[in-house]
Design a protein around this ligand. Structure first.
Ligand SMILES: [Zn+2]
Length: 286
């Protein structure tokens, strides 16, 4: 599932090809991926000229020069594929929406499982939509103090809090699990029990994991591809996620898989003692 680094990689890739190009027509091939009536979506987007594509949380935000936007939530398997011809772009097997350009090129929204969603937003609706999401974890304004405040207000397991897009935008399971491992925090630890030292370490870990994943072009587990068709290279850099039964890169204890909140988490039992071990704030005592 695309998270912040994957959406960021996609936005950067699209910025190499989209700015200045004009949409001549939009064909909605799969009605369930657009918000509202398909003909209205198509009419709203046709004729607009692309500005700079951005990212908000896990969403790719196609921005037009008139400040209207198409917010693309990629769901599980959504992809944005630029093409040089009028048909679906290279490697598109499940085209769902086809944007054709006046210069003959195209952009295909492809989605095998169709959990993704595209919505066109005038600029005032965009502001309202964006405000519902939490802060961007890579923004300069996302300080350690800010994360400590967010943690202190919740008794949820810290992994669940990190996944809650209304509190922090863009973090999904892969990077939440990795950040907890780096910080030596059990993902089940109630957020408000995390002490100041551990919270500071979590802040640093989260930003470092996300920044490195952006540099690696994201993580490909199955479907994710950058707009140029390349896989993300961060999978090789995972320390805990998906490494059940393998040694912890830090202490060699065996990584365990646990399930809570309906999702897997991966923990080192030595580096990340559970909250029930009474060691949620181990960093604060040493
Ligand atoms: Zn360990």
């Amino acid at each position: 599932m695309p998270e912040l680094p994957e959406a960021e990689t996609i936005a950067r890739g699209l910025n190499r090809v989209l700015p200045g190009r004009v949409v001549s027509s939009v064909t909605v091939l799969r009605e369930d991926v657009v918000d509202g009536p398909p003909h209205r979506f198509a009419e709203a987007v046709a004729g607009r000229r692309f500005g700079t594509t951005a990212r908000r949380g896990k969403n790719v935000v196609l921005t037009f020069e008139d400040a209207t936007r198409v917010v693309v939530n990629l769901g599980m398997t959504g992809r944005l594929v630029p093409g040089t011809g009028p048909g679906p772009g290279p490697g598109s097997t499940h085209p769902a929406v086809l944007f054709q350009f006046t210069d003959g090129g195209s952009l295909t929204y492809d989605d095998v499982r169709r959990f993704g969603r595209l919505r066109h937003l005038p600029s005032s609706d965009w502001t309202r939509w964006s405000r519902r999401l939490g802060p961007e974890p890579l923004a300069r304004s996302f300080t350690g103090a800010r994360l400590r405040r967010i943690l202190s207000r919740s008794r949820s397991p810290v992994r669940s809090l990190l996944l809650d897009q209304r509190r922090i935008a863009g973090v999904g399971n892969i990077y939440a699990v990795e950040a907890c491992w780096f910080a030596g925090i059990h993902p089940r630890t109630p957020a408000n029990l995390i002490g100041e030292v551990s919270a500071t370490r979590l802040h640093r870990s989260l930003r470092r994991v996300l920044r490195r994943a952006v540099e690696a072009g994201g993580t490909t587990l199955r479907n994710y591809r950058a707009p140029d068709g390349n896989e993300g290279r961060f999978r090789r850099a995972l320390h805990a996620y998906g490494r059940e039964g393998r040694p912890c890169p830090r202490c060699r204890a065996v990584i365990e898989r646990i399930v809570f909140g309906g999702r897997s988490a991966f923990v080192c039992p030595r580096c990340q003692p559970g909250p029930e071990d009474g060691a949620a704030t181990m960093g604060d005592v040493c």
